[in-house]
Design a protein around this ligand. Structure first.
Ligand SMILES: [Fe+2]
Length: 243
């Protein structure tokens, strides 16, 4: 089955659209206020009604900011972790005790960004496809060759999408390749052990290419190479967090 990946940019979060025989899947949204730009870029490719699914890698403000607007403008269903359903209702990026920045450079982010709120979203049951465990594979049920992974560590509601046919893996913020991040580590991490277990899980699938939500795609060997970056280091608490 041919799946075409369209990268349409995005402000902060890189928007990917997957063109499938069952319509378009959007990986995440973006900051609140970015919907008109997203819509314009989407409609250069297809009518917005072609959007069937929104795969939400996690609830953070930069990923869910215009989720409500996008849902109101389409019939698309949202595929997400059960915890994300609850966090979306609050309109605040959830913060777990013990979380922190993965490097000093990353911690500087807390000086420039202090508001992590987003328009709250209450998902009607008919618009939500909840991935309780990895036994739930709604894309496979639709005949699409996509495997959903639970990838906690950055947040406890983080999920990713693996395309076994091509080895492409969309990891959300389970890894990062942005200028401000170091060693492919996401700048904000809730649980280092879980974060690295998620890296091990990704590596075990022998992917060909990792597509993070921030920064360019990178080869999976980078995960092996940088796996020990946080050994003997501790997370740095922010004034008020993450990305
Ligand atoms: Fe995030």
């Amino acid at each position: 089955m041919h799946i075409k990946i369209h990268e349409i940019g995005g402000y902060a979060v890189r928007n990917y659209l997957l063109e499938t025989p069952d319509g378009i899947i959007a990986i995440d949204t973006g900051y609140a206020g970015q919907f008109p730009a997203f819509r314009a870029k989407f409609e250069r490719l297809w009518p917005l009604s072609e959007l069937r699914h929104i795969f939400l890698t996690h609830h953070h403000d930069d990923h869910s900011g215009f989720l409500g607007e996008l849902m109101a403008s389409t019939d698309a269903k949202v595929i997400l972790h059960p915890l994300a359903v609850e966090y979306l209702k609050t309109g605040q990026s959830h913060e777990k005790p013990g979380a922190g920045y993965s490097s000093f450079t990353a911690s500087l982010f807390s000086l420039v960004k202090k508001d992590f709120s987003f328009p709250p979203v209450s998902l009607p049951p008919e618009r939500a496809i909840i991935v309780e465990t990895e036994d739930d594979q709604p894309f496979e049920e639709l005949g699409l060759p996509f495997r959903i992974l639970h990838l906690p560590g950055h947040t406890d509601d983080s999920i990713g999408l693996f395309l076994p046919q091509t080895g492409e893996l969309f990891c959300g913020d389970a890894a990062m390749n942005a200028v401000i991040s170091k060693a492919r580590h996401t700048i904000w991490i809730e649980d280092v052990a879980e974060f690295h277990r998620s890296w091990d899980k990704m590596l075990s699938l022998d992917p060909g290419k990792i597509y993070p939500s921030h920064g360019n795609p990178f080869p999976p060997k980078d995960l092996s190479r940088y796996r020990h970056y946080l050994d003997c280091k501790t997370l740095i608490p922010g004034i008020k967090r993450r990305n």
